[in-house]
Design a protein around this ligand. Structure first.
Ligand code: ADP
Ligand code: MG
Length: 980
């Protein structure tokens, strides 16, 4: 009842929208004759005229009728295709930032040229999004003739492209490319170290082809760029020898007392180790003796600043992290123990080199670091475009989701010619065997008469099963399985030849249509390009070819056009419609039928009992099917149920991803400001003031009295780790009256002066570049850690449900806190490094910068997107739903939904994870395999920048009979090297 009302409402809205748009089409048509009279040059000159009018403030909408008319006329001349009126309708819908539902074969590739042309006039670039590289190149090539005729430039972005080519492609007026490539380029751009290396120039307008496939099917898994750091096993192992050589202070420096003897102290409260000035010098001596640090060099030298970082990690590993308390060693692996629950957390790793340092301490293999460097979902990528539009043959069933998630309205555009396909009732059999028997009979019948058949399956296994059956029957057939792009286009092109049997898994997003009688365009274009033929002969051959095709085409039409056989209902009606939609294009005849069995997963789970009851009642004999509207209706309602569930799951995912997305936008905005800014000096000065004040206030609390001031520890830390000698105690004693504000001001002044001096020595310009690099690197490193932490938090958050807390709220709250800490850490790292590094000349700074950037280049990058549209993944999705249904988890139950979502749909997530844990922890690496269990994933996994560097040897191992590096003068074996 309600459904009926909704449909009627929706239908009438669609009618209204179409009516409005129709008026514009009438205006466009009115311009046709005058444009037809123009010569090519005058027609092309219209582009410049439009651009001028735009620049003078005319609105795009006002230009639309003329621009569309010009585009149509140019298309007629350049491509030999005149946009049909319905294509004009579609073009207007796309320009309005909506989704145009247009059937397969209606010519959507051509439709996109209209809004692309119009919107490119503004000069901000239009991105046309296709599902694979092959289609991107094909469409850019094909439609490029039209754009170029009109004086626009066209580019294609594909994977594995040289950066220069990519820059050119994005600089073009209209760019074609895949969703993956656009998304990865966006992420890559936010990992660059100089502004000029970025590829994209903003996200103005995207037209997404096969929009349901891209924004719904593929939206289940994020794009991930992951990187493996250079192997530093040896460095960790050598540095592991250092902490035992350093002396721990009996206690931390205390107010008003002389500093105790020793090199470092352990602050259990903040879980930190601090090094004193003496410790710093001592460490330098030891590292020099171990040949890790050249004679006379300092840990403050830019070349060795990373060593300091590693040394601190080793110190923390030795003095703060205890076996069987903070971690256990099992099977030669260091496994973290959750400090609150005591549970083991296999696969989790501490960040910042700490885990490796602990592994070195325990003498177990040091595992390489593999980290997510950046990731984004398609939802969040495409929502960044200022205007977004999409087209597909099947959007209507998902109209609600498009509206809800993307704010995209769907408009169903009528077909150019009336649709006459005969969609027959589903036939439901008791067993799979009976079902395939009927399928084979149908195929045999069509094939015998010379009617082409397209058989759709829901999995590659079923395709193979069917292919085996056909082979046994000696029925010739072709199989279309995984996405083979270029080859697939050829298979599809021939699928309409008389009697052809084609088996395909999942026809969604395949982008090529089936021409009855086969496709001769390719052969024609061969002939056209063949220079050995005379003009007369060429034309004659082409005519023969076309005539041959015509008779094949006619034969197929007489036999009823393309017949579609579905061997199973997909859980989404949209995918079924995709399959059906291959037949009956452009008013062709055609037919379709789905064959089902009670053993099909969808029926078993959602409609089983009811159907079984009907079957039993009817006492159906073996081999007979039921075929009734009631059955179809209950199947459709089952599909609706699954669709709604899947939508809920995607929505849940998105809601979680939104949190990371907001943070990502802040970080990327910051990062781009740093990249674009000529100078980051002011920013750095502000950071330094903030960080020094925080450090100061850690030791000198607001409103405290001077006896409580912990100036000794502060002074020692500043000297040991900040390379800043601030005689705080002396300053305090010079004060007539205790005044912490004055003390802080003096410390800030000293910091400023020291920084200025450094700038003078290093050269302002060179140092500015260095500051930029340091800042970018700190942002990147900590952002990556943060990503892992968020991930981990999300995996554990559904357990909060037990504590009567809303997991999403909890997640948001904690993510917010973590983000604050992330910003603290970035600030701290940047300021500490810039303060402590000693540089004496511009050359030294340049060397330091090069070194920093080299670290970045040392990462081995891989690109991951588990291809959710692949058939096997469709299975995984079914499994996920089945599991959820069996567990009785209603869509609303957060825990179940989360488990389903993370287990079945976002495959890198681990539903069995422990509860959340504070920062500083990292999730296990996401390998391409891990990213999509049971699916041929890694859709675009390509090694790129950065070649793995060979193992380097750090320092030298200390021999048993060598002098001990601690400086005692005794042999190592009787000093610190003593066993036991
Ligand atoms: P869709 O993407 O909508 O399934 P395509 O863009 O692949 O359809 O186009 C299907 C076929 O229709 C192509 O062979 C194309 O050349 C043809 N076609 C599209 N528009 C026109 C037109 N206006 N006139 C003639 N042929 C057209
Ligand atoms: Mg298409």
């Amino acid at each position: 009842m309600l459904q009926g009302i909704l449909t009627r409402l929706f239908g009438s809205r669609n009618q209204r929208l179409l009516k409005q748009v129709q008026q514009t089409v009438v205006r466009i048509n009115g311009l046709e004759s005058s444009l037809a009279a123009l010569n090519d040059a005058s027609l092309a000159a219209k582009t410049a005229g439009f651009r001028q009018r735009l620049a003078q403030g005319e609105a795009l909408d006002a230009l639309l009728p003329e621009a569309f008319a010009v585009c149509r006329e140019a298309s007629r001349r350049a491509l030999g295709m005149r946009h049909f009126d319905v294509q004009m309708l579609g073009g207007i819908v796309l320009h309005q930032g909506k989704i145009a539902e247009m059937r397969t074969g209606e010519g959507k590739t051509l439709v996109a040229t209209l809004p692309a042309y119009l919107n490119a006039l503004g000069g901000q670039g239009v991105h046309v999004v296709t599902v694979n590289d092959y289609l991107a190149a094909r469409d850019a090539e094909w439609m490029g003739r039209l754009y170029r005729f009109l004086g626009l430039s066209v580019g294609v972005v594909v994977s594995q492209q040289e950066t220069a080519a990519k820059h050119a492609a994005y600089a073009a007026d209209v760019t074609y490319g895949t969703n993956n490539e656009y998304g990865f380029d966006y992420l890559r751009d936010n990992m660059e170290y100089s502004a000029g290396d970025r590829r994209q120039r903003g996200l103005a307008y995207a037209i997404v082809d096969e929009v349901d496939s891209i924004l719904i099917d593929e939206a289940r898994t994020p794009l991930i760029i992951s990187g493996q750091a250079e192997d530093q096993t040896e460095l960790y192992m050598v540095l592991n020898q250092v902490p035992p050589l350093l002396a721990r202070m009996p206690h931390e420096p205390r107010p008003q007392e002389p500093e105790p003897e020793g090199d470092y102290w352990v602050d259990h409260k903040s879980h930190q180790v601090h090094m004193s000035e003496q410790g710093h010098e001592h460490a330098e001596q030891i590292l020099q003796r171990m040949k890790l640090l050249p004679e006379g060099a300092s840990l403050y030298d830019p070349a060795h600043i990373a060593l300091m970082h590693h040394l601190m990690a080793a110190l923390r590993a030795h003095s703060l992290y205890m076996i069987d308390q903070h971690y256990v060693v099992q099977h030669r692996e260091v496994i973290i123990v959750d400090e609150f629950t005591g549970r083991l957390m296999p696969g989790r790793r501490w960040s910042d080199g700490l885990h490796q340092a602990v592994e070195a301490k325990e003498g177990v293999p040091i595992q390489p670091e593999n980290q997510t460097l950046a990731s984004i979902t398609f939802q969040n990528y495409f929502r960044m475009y200022r205007k977004l539009a999409g087209m597909t043959g099947t959007a209507d069933t998902e109209a609600f989701e498009f509206q809800e998630i993307y704010g995209l309205e769907t408009v169903v555009v009528p077909t150019h010619k009336p649709m006459v396909r005969d969609d027959r009732q589903d036939q439901v059999f008791r067993t799979v065997g009976e079902k395939y028997g009927a399928v084979l009979a149908d195929i045999r019948d069509c094939h015998g008469r010379g009617q082409p058949i397209l058989v759709g399956t829901t999995s590659i296994e079923n395709s193979e099963l069917l292919a085996g059956l056909l082979a046994k029957e000696k029925l010739p057939h072709q199989v279309l399985n995984a996405k083979q792009h270029a080859r697939e286009a050829e298979i599809v092109a021939q699928a309409g030849r008389p009697g052809m049997i084609t088996i395909a898994t999942n026809m969604a997003g395949r982008g090529t249509d089936i021409v009855l009688g086969g496709n001769v365009d390719k052969q024609v274009s061969f002939l056209e390009a063949d220079s050995s033929l005379g003009e007369g002969e060429r034309q004659a051959r082409i005519t023969t070819l076309r005539n041959e095709w015509q008779s094949l085409h006619d034969k197929v039409i007489t036999e009823g056009g393309l017949h579609i056989i579905g061997t199973e209902r997909h859980e989404s009606r949209r995918i079924d419609n995709q399959l059906r939609g291959r037949s009956g294009r452009q008013g062709d005849s055609g037919s379709s039928r789905f064959y089902l069995s009670m053993d099909d997963p969808l029926l078993k789970i959602f409609a089983g009992d009811r159907l079984k009851a009907i079957m039993d009642k009817l006492k159906l004999p073996e081999g007979e099917a039921i075929e009734a509207g009631m059955v179809s209706r209950s199947i459709e309602s089952a599909q609706r149920k699954v669709e709604a569930r899947n939508f809920d799951i995607r929505k849940q995912l998105l809601e979680y991803d939104d949190v990371a997305n907001d943070q990502r936008r802040i970080i990327y905005k910051d990062r781009n400001e740093v990249l674009d800014g000529a100078d980051v000096r002011e920013r750095i000065d502000n950071l330094r003031h903030m960080v020094l004040e925080t450090l100061f206030r850690d030791h000198v609390r607001l409103e405290s009295i001077d006896e409580q001031w912990d100036l000794e520890a502060l002074q020692s830390t500043l000297a040991g780790e900040w390379n800043l000698d601030a005689p705080l105690r002396q300053w305090a004693s010079e004060q007539a009256e205790a005044d912490d504000e004055a003390l802080l001001a003096r410390l800030q002044a000293l910091g400023d002066a020291r920084y200025r001096a450094k700038l003078d020595a290093a050269g302002h310009e060179a140092f500015a570049a260095f500051e930029k690099t340091v800042l970018l690197q700190a942002i990147d490193n900590h952002w990556r850690d943060h990503l892992a932490t968020l991930d981990y938090l999300r995996q554990g958050i559904h357990l909060r449900g037990y504590a009567q807390k809303n997991p999403k709220q909890e997640y948001k709250r904690e993510a917010f806190e973590l983000f604050g800490r992330l910003q603290d850490r970035i600030r701290n790292d940047v300021v500490k490094l810039l303060m402590s590094v000693t540089v004496a000349s511009p050359e030294q700074v340049q060397a330091a910068r090069a070194l920093q950037e080299q670290q970045q280049a040392g990462l081995q990058i891989s690109l991951i997107h588990a291809d959710a549209a692949s058939a096997a993944d469709a299975d995984a999705a079914t499994a996920g739903v089945a599991a959820g249904a069996n567990a009785g988890a209603a869509a609303g139950a957060a825990a179940g939904a989360a488990a389903g979502a993370f287990g079945g749909f976002a495959p890198h997530e681990d539903p069995a994870a422990g509860p959340g844990h504070p920062a500083g922890m990292r999730s296990p690496p996401r390998s391409p395999q891990g990213a999509a269990p049971g699916s041929p994933s890694g859709a675009s996994s390509s090694p790129s920048s950065g070649v793995q560097q060979p193992l380097r040897r750090y320092g030298e191992k200390v021999g048993r009979n060598d002098p001990c590096p601690c400086g005692s003068g005794r042999k190592y074996k009787v000093c610190h090297g003593k066993v036991g």
